[in-house]
Design a protein around this ligand. Structure first.
Ligand code: ATP
Ligand code: MG
Length: 281
């Protein structure tokens, strides 16, 4: 968990697991067990119908957001979870405050909402390329220290508000190394079935790597709080990363006081009668 006191350092955070000889088969088996556990927890979440879960995924390109979402949520009832991928904002979205389009997609009670990118882009890509701010028709001075500090304040206020109202917020930063990203981009170029994933703008963004890392450090320090913690997950080893994400979600869900709703006693008292009526049809 990223500490809540502003001491998180990107430079000190791992991109690789701390164990060197990880057995891929073993990790996959563990993930499959985690999938089953998540399935049960999600059923309970849905039946209990008090909490909702918001999972936020942020990362550099090719860190594996999509495949993590796919493999971790495998087995969970599709009716109980919703995934949204946030791209560049539309004209309509730009006519609202930066949280608006995200708020529209918050999960209902009993459901898991997954944000593949999120309002955090407003403190990442937009901070690295402040010219995007000119499309936002904002009031007052932009791109000053105070401006960014206000954006973080808005995010903290928003997350505290939804947390108070039953949304459990878990945020993942998939921390891929610059070297591993290069290897994955080359693989996308080499493999015809992966060509479609390659975009020339991905290469362009690599030039801003250090600026992105500074923005991630700032965003994680400013917004990792007990009510909405960040987790920095080493992302160079995919099976390891996926298992870490799954276990983090499971551990958080297990702390919730959830139970299946109890039928009213006057109903349970008549269960024998109902059974008898059905059997004698
Ligand atoms: P893939 O892994 O398939 O490349 P992706 O999430 O990178 O998935 P893309 O369509 O390649 O999807 O990229 C979406 C782009 O939208 C990203 O470059 C991201 O930075 C940008 N984006 C998202 N939110 C905002 C925002 N609020 N303002 C500006 N750009 C944004
Ligand atoms: Mg992309």
């Amino acid at each position: 968990m990223v500490p809540f006191d502003g001491t998180f350092s990107v430079a000190a955070s791992r991109t690789e697991p701390d164990i060197s000889d990880l057995d891929e088969k073993y990790l996959k088996k563990k993930l499959s067990k985690a999938n089953n556990r998540l399935y049960s927890l999600q059923r309970m979440l849905y039946a209990h119908n008090r909490y909702s879960i918001l999972l936020i995924f942020q990362a550099m390109d090719a860190a594996g957001k999509d495949s993590t979402i796919r493999t971790v949520m495998r087995g969970v009832n599709p009716a109980g979870c919703q995934v949204f991928s946030f791209k560049q904002p539309s004209a309509e979205e730009l006519d609202h405050d930066f949280l608006w389009r995200n708020v529209l997609r918050l999960p209902e009670r009993g459901r898991i909402g997954i944000f593949n990118r999120s309002y955090y882009e407003e403190t990442l890509v937009v901070r690295v390329h402040p010219e995007y701010l000119s499309h936002q028709n904002l009031v007052g001075e932009t791109n000053t220290d105070e401006f960014w500090s206000n954006r973080f304040q808005s995010i903290r206020d928003h997350e505290l508000h939804i947390a108070r109202n039953g949304t459990v917020v878990i945020k993942f930063w998939l921390n891929v190394s610059k070297e591993e990203q290069k290897r994955r981009f080359i693989r996308r170029l080499d493999n015809p079935e992966k060509n479609w994933k390659f975009s020339s703008s991905d290469i362009k963004e690599r030039k801003f790597w250090d600026a992105y890392m500074n923005c991630y450090q700032s965003a994680l320090n400013q917004t990792s709080r007990s009510y909405a913690p960040w987790y920095a997950i080493p992302a160079d080893n995919k099976p390891y990363m996926r298992l870490q994400v799954a276990n983090t979600i499971i551990q958080t869900l297990e702390t919730l006081d959830m139970h299946y709703p109890q039928p009213a006693p006057e109903n349970t008292a008549r269960f024998d009668e109902f059974r008898h009526r059905l059997e004698s049809e």
